[in-house]
Design a protein around this ligand. Structure first.
Ligand code: C5P
Length: 222
C-alpha cells in the first residue's frame, strides 16, 4: 500500500480571473475560465490533500471535498490568501489576477451625460499575491511550497525562468501557447532550479494530476 501522494498536505489554490470595479455595475476582468485551477484542486484532493480553493468570478461547480472561497477583486483575493496561507503547505497561484485596477471605484453608476464626454479611467497596480506569499517567512523557511504560472506569447522558457526568479518561487509553470483561456486542454512547461520539462498537450484534468505528481516528487526530495 502506498499512501496518496499528498496525504497530510494542505494545498491552497487561486483560480479564475479577478474583477476590478469601475462603478457598482461595471468593471474590468479577463477571459480566464478557472478550469486549470479547478482541475488542480480536484487532483490535489484526489491525491489526499486538504484543499482550499480561492476562486474569482467563474462558472464552475465546486470540486467535491474542496473548500471553496469566492472572491471578486485582487485585493479580496490577497486578503483571503494571506489568511489561509498560514496553514497551507503548498500554494499554487493559478489565478489570472488583474495587473491593474481603477484607482477609485465610483460609488454610483457613472452616467452618460449626453455631451459626448467620456470618463477618463486612472489605474493603479494591484498587489502581486504570489510574490507576497513567496516572501513570507513560512515560504522562505520551506514550510510553504509556492508554485506560479505564466502565460506568455513568446520565449516561454526565458520568460518563465525570469518570472520564477522574480517571484521567488521554486516552481514556475508556463502555459504553452496558443492561448488556452476557456479551453479544456493545455500543455505545460515546468521550470525549476534544476531545469525544465514539458508536459505535452493533454486535458487540463490530466495535466492537473501530472502537476500534482510533479509537486509531490519535489516535496519528497527536500
Ligand atoms: O506577473 P504575472 O501576472 O505574469 O505572473 C503570473 C503568476 O503570478 C501567476 O501564478 C499568477 O497567479 C500570479 N499573480 C498573482 N498576483 C498578481 C499577478 C500575478 O498572484 N497580481
Amino acid at each position: 500500500f502506498t499512501p496518496p501522494l499528498l496525504t497530510g498536505q494542505h494545498v491552497l489554490i487561486t483560480a479564475g480571473p479577478t474583477f476590478e470595479a469601475i462603478d457598482p455595475v461595471r468593471g474590468i476582468t479577463n477571459l480566464s475560465s478557472g478550469k486549470m485551477g479547478f482541475a488542480i484542486a480536484r487532483a490535489a484532493r484526489a491525491a489526499g490533500a486538504q484543499v482550499t480553493l480561492v476562486a474569482g468570478p467563474v462558472h464552475l461547480p465546486t470540486p467535491r471535498g474542496v473548500r471553496r472561497i469566492d472572491v471578486r477583486s485582487a485585493q479580496n483575493m490577497l486578503a483571503i490568501v494571506e489568511e489561509k496561507a498560514r496553514e497551507a503547505t503548498i500554494f499554487i497561484a493559478a489565478a489570472a489576477v488583474a495587473d491593474w485596477r481603477p484607482a477609485t471605484a465610483a460609488l454610483h453608476k457613472i452616467k452618460k451625460d449626453g455631451t459626448g464626454d467620456v470618463p477618463a479611467l486612472e489605474f493603479v497596480e494591484n498587489p502581486d499575491i504570489l510574490a507576497t506569499v513567496a516572501r513570507t517567512e513560512r515560504a522562505r523557511a520551506g514550510r510553504l511550497y509556492c508554485v506560479g504560472f505564466a502565460a506568455e506569447s513568446e520565449n516561454l522558457l526565458e520568460h518563465a525562468s525570469a518570472k520564477r526568479e522574480r517571484k521567488g518561487v521554486p516552481l514556475l509553470v508556463g502555459n504553452i501557447g496558443p492561448a488556452t483561456f476557456g479551453q479544456d486542454d493545455n500543455a505545460l512547461l515546468l521550470v525549476d532550479a534544476q531545469g525544465h520539462r514539458e508536459l505535452p498537450r493533454a486535458s487540463k484534468e490530466a495535466l492537473g494530476h501530472q502537476l500534482v505528481a510533479e509537486i509531490a516528487r519535489r516535496l519528497a526530495a527536500v
